[in-house]
Design a protein around this ligand. Structure first.
Ligand code: ADP
Ligand code: MG
Length: 413
């Protein structure tokens, strides 16, 4: 099918021609409920329900929705998104919506309707708690990242998988520009809360900080360690009381493991730091700090567990193959690898926090703080910690060290 953008009127008749979708929804297309909910920055998302079930149909537009037709973006991102959704489903089937149908010509991916799920970011802004979320995200990260890495995948196959994603360059370019470059100079689309002008100017003249950000960019550009989700913030996670699903894999490519880990941690930490602005008269709730710790510790334990479960007789990758028959070597390798991932995660988390405050794409956690003075206070605190995560990485040997730094700052509010 050649490309035509769908709208709320055309989506039901179009989907009725796809047997797998028509069967899932049941009844006649005239009776299907259709709602376009693309609250994201890039694509159309139609939620479609019939008498027997529902689907979400996501279609790419040939430009960035947030900005308009002046910023073209290739439709091929829909192809990479469904490729990644299929790969994620191989390793973490419980943590992603199942793929129902795809149409590369239409840049369309049809998947399970997640209901009554809501985005984690929206829930956190309202002060909701989801006790299973951190464990589920640790599972998603450990399973998708370990089982696409050189520890688990034989080298020829690993290189073929890297190659399969190499064409997703336009999406990687967005990250390269928006996370690692633009926040660190006066780029045209940057914006920030008025009270931050001094610290923003200081950051843009800060040689150690700008060098550290470029160091993280170097890792992002040239470390194809595992299949990354590539955009794992709290808006890419949907939750209910007992389920957690990861959506929106259009930024997927083979990159450094610490990128996915650092991005989600940064977003939990920012959710925590936004509290004094969101609920100025309430006591600070440490729940999100605990969740960030549980997420990192759950990830590290499960990642190590996958490694310990590899046997020389079974399928495994070529990296550290010698460690499969030497328990002491294996434990040392696990420790070294996790320490390196942690160091990367700190640097990537720092970049993510800075760009969400001084770059183009901001987050509801801070943006919903109406009082600009309060918002600037929360954001300034986040900026100072982010700088430390990048420039003084050695001061944070473990997640507890970050928790301590964040907690002190919040009490000082
Ligand atoms: P974008 O890439 O444009 O940011 P997303 O994939 O993040 O789009 O989807 C945008 C919104 O659509 C999500 O925030 C969510 O509210 C909704 N959504 C996406 N996928 C599903 C799904 N499978 N089930 C229910 N809602 C969904
Ligand atoms: Mg997206």
């Amino acid at each position: 099918m050649s490309y035509i953008p769908l709208d709320e009127r055309s989506v039901a008749p179009f989907l009725a021609t796809v047997p797998a979708v028509a069967l899932r929804l049941g009844g006649a297309p005239e009776g299907w409920q259709v709602r376009e909910v693309g609250d994201g920055n890039l694509n159309l998302v139609f939620l479609v329900s019939g008498p027997d079930g529902g689907v979400a149909a996501k279609q790419a537009l040939p430009y960035v929705r947030l900005v308009g037709e002046s910023w073209p973006l290739p439709l091929s991102r829909a192809y990479y998104e469904r490729l990644a959704l299929a790969d994620e489903a191989l390793h973490a089937p419980a943590r992603v919506p199942a793929l129902v149908h795809h149409d590369d010509g239409m840049a369309l991916t049809v998947m399970d309707l997640l209901a009554p799920h809501r985005t984690l970011r929206g829930a956190l802004v309202e002060g909701e708690r989801y006790p299973l979320m951190a464990g589920h995200l640790a599972e998603f990260l450990a399973d998708t990242l370990f089982f696409t890495s050189d520890m688990a995948v034989p080298v020829a196959e690993k290189k073929a998988r890297i190659a399969a994603y190499l064409g997703n360059t336009a999406m990687c370019r967005i990250t390269e520009d928006l996370i690692f470059d633009e926040p660190f100079f006066d780029a045209p689309m940057n914006h920030h809360t008025p009270g931050l002008a001094d610290i923003v100017a200081a950051f843009r003249a800060d040689v150690p900080l700008r060098l550290a950000a470029q160091g993280m960019k170097a890792r992002f550009l040239a470390a194809p360690e595992a299949l990354l989700h590539g955009d794992l913030h709290t808006g890419s996670v949907m939750v209910t009381a007992d389920d957690t699903k990861v959506i929106d894999a259009e930024f997927a490519f083979y990159g450094p493991i610490g990128f996915d880990v650092g991005m989600i941690l940064a977003n939990l930490w920012m959710g925590y730091l936004a509290q004094p602005g969101q609920r100025p008269h309430a006591a600070i709730d440490p729940w999100l700090l605990d969740q960030a710790e549980a997420l990192w510790e759950g990830f590290a334990e499960r990642f190590a567990g996958h490694w310990r479960a590899l046997s020389p007789e079974g399928d495994h990758g070529s990296l550290h193959a010698l460690a499969l028959t030497d328990a002491a070597l294996r434990e040392a390798a696990i420790e070294e690898r996790l320490a390196a991932i942690w160091q990367d995660a700190l640097g990537f988390a720092g970049c993510e926090m800075i760009r969400r405050i001084v770059g183009l794409a901001h987050i509801a956690d801070f943006e919903t703080i109406v009082d600009e003075g309060r918002r600037a206070d929360c954001e300034r605190r986040a900026l100072l910690i982010a700088r430390a995560l990048l420039v003084e990485r050695a001061a944070f040997p473990d997640v507890g060290a970050v928790t301590d730094a964040l907690r002190l700052e919040a009490v000082a509010a």
